[in-house]
Design a protein around this ligand. Structure first.
Ligand code: PEP
Length: 250
């Protein structure tokens, strides 16, 4: 989208130990060697690696992020991590509402909305994920599902500076399947329009990422679609060559 700096974001999910930090160094190295100054990069690593990742990525063009946060700042929530903790560990962004969180942890739109508010409270950019399931697409409900998720998950105070939207069709995540270019265009145009209804003119500057089985070989055509302002990449973000290949597709 004209006037929007694209963002290529990686989501390592529940993958990565100390040994994986070498991959992170290679990714940072690729961006340092001037890959494409026009493209911004982000790696959302497991919370256990965040502070080390942030140290490595400090003074590189690649930012470090978390994959989820609790809505509260602190308290009796064993095993959870707050947005403030992620910020303290060196994160600039946090993913909220990923379909795996919605499915595995029963997160509703209201929960995702609260987590986006928590991200901003801590000074993080919220990467808010939405997307239809296979059954919803088959039923012709894709656009209405996206409308409902935007209404419920995206707080009315979202701005292009504090929020990134990621459109991730659930059936395309980790499956090797991707929507057609026409379907991606339709979904992204719809998201842009609903954001404009909700947020006004500033929606024109909000990044809308596509996610779901992005790899170097399909990144070029997916990222060229109107209203696609970058990618959220799962599997292919674990290998520096793949992640850099996707970033190069711009
Ligand atoms: C994701 O989990 O956000 C994702 C898009 O995964 P993958 O790229 O592996 O489909």
């Amino acid at each position: 989208t004209p006037g929007i700096r694209p963002l290529v974001a990686g989501n390592w999910k529940m993958n990565g130990t100390s040994a994986s930090l070498n991959e992170l160094r290679s990714i940072a190295g690729g961006f340092m060697s001037g890959l494409d100054a026009e493209t911004e990069a982000l790696l959302c690593v497991p919370a256990t690696l965040l502070s080390r990742a942030a140290e490595i990525l400090h003074r590189t063009p690649v930012k470090a992020g978390g994959q989820d946060c609790h809505a509260k700042e602190s308290g009796a929530h064993t095993g959870d991590v707050s947005a403030e903790m992620l910020k303290d560990a060196g994160a600039s962004h946090v993913i909220v509402g990923h379909s795996e969180r919605r499915t595995d942890h029963g997160e509703t739109d209201a929960v995702v909305h609260a987590k986006a508010d928590a991200a901003w409270r801590a000074g993080l950019v919220a990467v808010i994920c939405i997307g239809e399931t296979h059954a919803e697409r088959e039923a012709g409900a894709t656009l209405s599902v996206l409308s409902r998720q935007i209404e419920g998950s995206v707080p009315g105070t979202a701005t292009p500076a504090n929020t990134v939207i990621a459109y991730e069709p659930v059936w395309a995540i980790g499956t090797g399947l991707t929507p057609t270019v026409a379907d991606v265009a339709e979904a992204h145009a719809h998201i842009r329009a609903r954001l404009a209804d909700k947020l006004g003119e500033s929606a024109g500057k909000m990044r809308i990422l596509y996610g779901g089985s992005v790899k170097p070989s399909n990144a070029g055509e997916l990222l060229a679609v109107a209203n696609v302002d970058g990618a959220l990449v799962g599997g292919a973000s674990l290998k520096a060559a793949d992640f850099l290949g996707i970033a190069e597709a711009y």
